[in-house]
Design a protein around this ligand. Structure first.
Ligand code: 3HC
Length: 325
């Protein structure tokens, strides 16, 4: 319905203005907040940046779950820093979304009521310490694959937020790979944990790129507007091509019997994830959907006193400024 609304509003815009706008996009210009933009462009950005921001915030939960159980002080400090970074990413992205005329309260309301999505990957549980390795290596690895091209996206505030986010995501990916190296070269039981984490996170990581191109609702328009720079399948292929040699280096096996190098295409042939499972997770039926939303709603309710205090303080300062003028 949201997509339909976007399309119908886009057609209401004046064709000449739309053509001039498209020419700016085609010329590689950045669109800035105060400039004219088609309603559909604005709404698509709110949807994508909002979902992205929510993913960063909800993505803190599966890893936050392991901070108290990290095996060493050093690992705990690294994980804490990573989880804090995700909060920062959420902040940059909510700020970018706010420049499009949506308030942060509205965005949170849409997340908490289930009206707006966040990445499917965070509805899977993190069962062992090796999952912290797999999440960093695969989930942050997939996130980077998607986000590096977004540094060139057409909307200025989004592109600039992505520059900083990508720097931090590459640290996240490396710390995950480092955990995997330790586990894969550890005791036989540790290596089994690493393999089990790869087995469970491989297909959900492939789902992060979205449905295959033939089923992607938004790709064509989003790519024309340079809100997306690549198709879902292009990025998934690049991720597989990059990650398979890394798994080999770790001495682990990608859980795909059909995986084979295809010299002609210069990439791997690989099995698609179970798309029925993907759509089921999007509908709210993944293993952790209910827990994740519950945690977010609780955080919102329990943070009410902080928001009220901050607003009261801002109001007091404003009143004092007015009185002094
Ligand atoms: N999880 C949840 N929903 C997904 C999804 C996923 N992995 N992939 C696609 N979808 C949804 C879309 O949002 C869309 O639903 P909607 O119409 O209700 O919004 C529907 O499935 C159809 O998919 P499309 O391919 O048509 O959608 P998009 O063109 O928006 O492409 C996308 C999906 C590739 C995820 C794109 O939105 C994108 O590039 N987003 C920016 C990056 C992002 O959000 N990343 C989140 C990853 S996690 C993260 O960054 C945290 C880090 O710390 C690990």
């Amino acid at each position: 319905m949201y997509a339909q609304m976007i399309r119908s509003e886009a057609t209401q815009d004046d064709p000449e203005r739309l053509a001039a706008f498209q020419a700016r996009i085609d010329a590689g210009e950045k669109i800035e907040p105060k400039e004219w933009m088609p309603e559909g462009y604005r709404k698509t950005l709110i949807r994508q940046i909002g979902q992205h921001a929510h993913s960063e915030i909800v993505g803190q939960l599966p890893e936050g779950n392991w901070i108290t159980r990290a095996p060493t002080l050093e690992r705990k400090a690294i994980l804490l820093a990573k989880v804090q970074d995700e909060a920062g990413h959420g902040l940059y992205l909510y700020c970018a979304a706010e420049t499009l005329g949506v308030s942060r309260d509205e965005l949170f309301e849409m997340l908490n009521s289930g009206k707006m999505k966040y990445s499917s990957i965070f509805n899977y549980p993190t069962l062992t310490w090796a999952d912290m390795g797999a999440v960093g290596w695969l989930v942050d690895g997939a996130a980077i694959m998607n986000q590096v091209p977004l540094q060139r996206t057409s909307y200025g505030p989004y592109a600039r937020a992505m520059v900083r986010i990508c720097k931090e995501e590459s640290f996240h990916q490396r710390q995950g790979f480092d955990i995997m190296m330790k586990m894969a070269n550890g005791t036989p039981a540790q290596k089994r944990m690493a393999q089990d984490a790869l087995d469970r996170f491989w297909y959900p990581s492939l789902m992060m790129f979205g449905p295959s191109d033939k089923d992607s609702v938004h790709s064509a328009q989003s790519m024309a507007w340079k809100i997306k720079m690549n198709t879902n399948d292009e990025l998934r292929q690049k991720f597989v091509d990059q990650t398979v040699p890394q798994a080999e280096y770790l001495g682990l096996t990608v859980p795909d019997d059909t995986l084979a190098w295809n010299a002609e295409k210069g990439g791997y042939d690989f099995a698609q994830p179970d798309w029925d499972e993907f759509y089921d997770v999007l509908k709210g039926n993944g293993p952790c959907n209910a827990d994740r939303l519950e945690a977010r709603r609780t955080a919102w309710d329990e943070g009410a006193w902080v928001r009220e205090g901050m607003l009261a303080h801002a109001e007091k300062k404003r009143a004092a400024r007015m009185a002094a003028e």
